[in-house]
Design a protein around this ligand. Structure first.
Ligand code: 5CA
Length: 440
């Protein structure tokens, strides 16, 4: 992508309305734009990051055996009357009427709808277990939307829903998602800690929130320091191995961790003082097991091996991609801007032409741009007619992991500079060496 032809509306000034660093940086870099309170457009730079986050989420959901579909954002009130949540959900639910005066709503979550899909097709335990997920926009009329897309009214969610014949099976489905979440957040460059959590309007009695520690987090959390060193389940994790999955769950729940709603002061104080961590955190995922709370009133039953009808045991599993993007920034930035983990960076590399219009610089930049693009890299080429200082500042601000700097002096001897955004380390090498280094 040539920056001169791209749409990346960088702001010169820090936006005043932004209270936390991720919100400030997302506005400054032109990643998002607020359209009305708590409702955002994702501009091209932001959309690239969001897509990469969703790609990782999708890969790990698929790896665990979950199956993707897509449900609509607008739902009929009837389904919610069946489960009894239509009245219970309160003012957070945006209620709408269509032209026939039928009550509709913009879905805040999809338990009812997915249960309806399930009951329409699945009649036998032989088709279980089943886990269906989608990545879709939701709407919750939050009383206090804030911090940009961290807590917005319209937001994106990956929500998965599992169906099992028995509680035992449902716990295994829960453990699969638990392991998939550990892998997902790790690949996003984050260390998320699973904590016992309150179930709120979703219901049920087994639930974990996945929390990233950050000073600007909205949740108050308490945990053991050991979490920092726990191993993440590997790529070779066998999602059909119930005992192996239970082992992962047991390990990651073996030491104390809870949000303030579930906090047990005595249990926390039993941890040696030096190992206690009391901090603030951002909830980036939340998983629930709620048994037959929806399947029973909505008649989602299957025939068991005993020939009898059984209400299925369900769980639901959410991740907030539009919250994860600012959460990653909260965890990874410096005074010059964002530092993207390579896995979600909007571009893999930025080529900085220090003197656009200089023949040698232009030629070298074109060579690098073409070669790395051909190698399948996402390359941003800063070919603008701007001062070198402005280009350096932009590259640091938008946080692309590697910069290739092409200036008239070094290119005279066939060399460019390769700068690592995170460490600031610079290395001088030939054009060819730079291409080889980054094409791999
Ligand atoms: N049905 C369940 C799980 S599928 C559910 O709705 N869970 S939730 O309410 O905990 O939301 C799941 C995730 O969505 C949260 O962990 C969070 O990452 C994200 N999320 C929830 N509310 C918002 C919001 N207002 N803004 C941005 N992200 C949100």
């Amino acid at each position: 992508m040539r920056l001169s032809r791209y749409f990346m509306p960088i702001l010169k000034e820090n936006p005043k309305e932004a209270e936390i660093v991720s919100h400030r940086l997302m506005l400054r870099t032109g990643m998002i734009r607020q359209q009305s309170q708590g409702i955002y457009s994702w501009l091209p730079l932001g959309k690239r990051v969001l897509d990469k986050v969703n790609k990782i989420i999708r890969e790990e959901q698929n790896r665990s055996g979950a199956i993707e579909l897509l449900m609509p954002t607008l739902q009929s009130a009837e389904l919610w009357q069946e489960s009894g949540r239509y009245d219970a959900y309160g003012k957070e639910m945006l209620r709408i009427k269509d032209r026939q005066d039928r009550p509709m709503l913009y879905g805040p979550t999809n338990e009812e709808m997915v249960t309806d899909i399930f009951r329409s097709y699945i009649k036998s335990y032989k088709d279980l277990p089943l886990n269906l997920y989608h990545i879709q926009l939701k709407f919750r009329d939050e009383i206090r939307p804030r911090f940009g897309t961290m807590r917005s009214r319209e937001f994106m969610m990956k929500d998965a829903y599992s169906f099992d014949l028995t509680q035992e099976g449902a716990v295994q489905s829960y453990n699969k998602m638990f392991a998939a979440y550990l892998r997902t957040f790790n690949r996003l460059g984050l260390r998320a800690i699973p904590m016992r959590a309150d179930t709120g309007p979703i219901g049920g009695n087994l639930s974990h929130e996945f929390i990233i520690l950050a000073d600007t987090g909205e949740s108050e959390v308490f945990c053991h320091k050991d979490f920092v060193n726990f191993d993440i389940p590997g790529e070779d994790t066998d999602f059909d191995d119930a005992a192996g999955l239970k082992g992962i769950f047991d390990k990651w729940t073996s030491v104390y961790a809870a949000t303030s709603e579930m906090h047990d002061e005595a249990a926390f104080n039993a941890i040696p003082e030096g190992d206690r961590l009391s901090a603030r955190g951002i909830e980036v995922g939340h998983i629930f097991y709620f048994g037959t709370k929806y399947s029973e009133p909505m008649g989602a039953k299957v025939q068991g091996p005993d020939g009898k009808e059984h209400s299925v045991h369900m769980g639901s599993y959410g991740i907030g991609p539009t919250r994860l993007v600012p959460a990653i920034i909260e965890a990874s930035h410096d005074e010059n801007g964002i530092i993207w983990p390579a896995s979600v960076a909007p571009f893999d590399v930025v080529v900085i032409n220090m003197k656009a219009g200089d023949q040698a610089c232009d030629e070298a930049c074109e060579t690098v741009y073409a070669a790395l693009s051909k190698a399948g890299k996402d390359v941003l080429y800063d070919d603008r007619d701007e001062r070198a200082g402005t280009k350096f500042a932009t590259a640091d601000l938008i946080g692309v992991p590697v910069q290739i700097i092409v200036g008239p002096r070094s290119i005279a001897s066939g060399e460019v500079e390769v700068k690592d955004r995170k460490t600031g380390a610079r290395e001088t090498m030939t054009v060819e060496a730079a291409i080889n280094r980054l094409a791999g």
